[in-house]
Ligand binder design. Structure first.
Ligand SMILES: *Cc1c(COP(=O)(O)O)cnc(C)c1O
Length: 232
């Protein structure tokens, strides 16, 4: 079943790329494996997948220890400052930087470990109260402040679009994030590349790809529904 799911997602990504006149290599699929056991992750790994996403520090580090070392682990969930030290040298990309304070902590902990951490700025484009992320108005100034910190580098922007029935409803959200990244690129800020646009999940990744996503985060579409009833 996992194999069929995975192949189906791959096919849809390729089709969306084609519709948008983009090359398949321009889009990275992140398999979001949160709550899923290592056996399932291994199955997807064996199909050739190397980029996986987790939203909790503890879960990421636990899987990091036991899974093949060539996996690229993306931290996609909200990050608390007291957990930063466990993750700075394990995540290949932190997608969820949503405050200067968090960025300062990442910078400090990365310095201690002698690494440079690639990060994305999380923007709450749709301004949902229940979601983390900064406002679109704050994005440019905060990007400038964060990029000035040592031991981290700003690779782009991330957003979590609202849950909608029809993915078309999220097209303006994706378009807005893309425009923001263009605006920031035009500012030529030191230590900022805007090469990553992390947007699109199971329900809307094809639309996101049409609007310029470079990284899509697909969980349910690959691994099936998540069961939180056993969660601690
Ligand atoms: C869980 C999660 C996803 C994947 O969601 P699906 O709808 O299962 O594809 C993507 N991004 C973030 C930040 C998540 O927490």
């Amino acid at each position: 079943m996992l194999k069929e799911n995975y192949n189906d997602v791959e096919k849809r990504i390729a089709a969306a790329c084609q519709r948008a006149g983009r090359k398949r290599e321009e889009v990275t699929l992140i398999a979001v494996s949160k709550t899923k056991p290592v056996e399932m992750i291994q199955e997807i790994y064996d199909l050739g997948q190397r980029e996986f996403g987790e939203n909790k520090v503890q879960e990421l580090t636990a899987k990091y220890e036991v899974m093949p070392q060539d996996i690229q682990w993306h931290l996609i969930g909200h990050l608390q400052t007291n957990k930063v030290k466990y993750i700075v040298d394990k995540a290949c990309l932190i997608h969820s930087v949503d405050s200067l304070k968090l960025a300062q902590t990442i910078s400090k902990e990365a310095g201690k470990k002698g690494v440079v951490v690639p990060v994305l700025i999380e923007v709450n484009v749709a301004q949902e109260e229940t979601k983390f992320g900064i406002t679109t108005e704050e994005t440019i100034s905060l990007t400038e402040e964060i990029a000035a910190l040592p031991n981290l580098t700003v690779k782009g922007l991330m957003t979590i679009a609202p849950y909608v029935e029809d993915p078309e409803e999220n097209r303006p959200v994706f378009r807005k994030l893309r425009q923001l990244s263009v605006d920031i690129t035009d500012k030529n800020i030191n230590n900022v590349s805007m090469s990553v646009l992390s947007m699109g999940m199971t329900n809307d990744y094809e639309t996101a790809i049409e609007e310029g996503a470079t990284h899509v985060r697909v969980g349910t579409g690959i691994f099936g529904e998540r069961d939180y009833s056993k969660a601690e």
